[in-house]
Design a protein around this ligand. Structure first.
Ligand code: ZN
Length: 137
């Protein structure tokens, strides 16, 4: 079940410059930094005074990172929209049954200890959509 837009993922080549823009210049609060090793990214999570959607800045740590490839191809910018859901397994199964192509057949661990799964942009009108579910709330 859909709850909210949890965050916007933004691909960026230098995390410090991104934090300077969103925090120092635009006034977002910095929630923290994290490294997600299987995606080969460093993440900074920010938000406007605790409210969703968050801004997730993603800097690649390797040229094998999907974020590195995205920046090579399209430049920096909005990479994905993340929808916060309840029962991510159920949502994913229902979408698959309806013929939606998925990148992750089953949810995996993302930033912030959330369960995440990406849908294929070929099935979602060109927008990379991430489903995510907070583990404890
Ligand atoms: Zn994300």
């Amino acid at each position: 079940m859909l709850k909210e837009i949890d965050h916007l993922g933004i691909a960026i080549s230098n995390l410090d410059e991104g934090v300077r823009l969103y925090k120092d210049l635009l006034g977002f609060d910095l929630e923290g930094y994290e490294e997600v090793e299987d995606q080969m990214v460093k993440v900074a999570m920010l938000n406007a005074h605790g409210k969703t959607p968050n801004i997730e800045l993603l800097e690649p740590t390797s040229s094998d990172s999907p974020i590195y490839k995205f920046i090579e191809k399209k430049g920096e910018g909005i990479h994905h929209i993340a929808l916060g859901v309840e029962n991510i397994e159920e949502v994913l199964e229902r979408l698959k049954k309806e013929g939606v192509r998925v990148i992750d057949e089953v949810p995996r661990m993302g930033a912030g200890g959330k369960k995440i799964a990406f849908l294929h942009p070929k099935s979602t009108k060109g927008v990379l959509i991430e489903l995510c579910e907070k583990q404890s709330e």
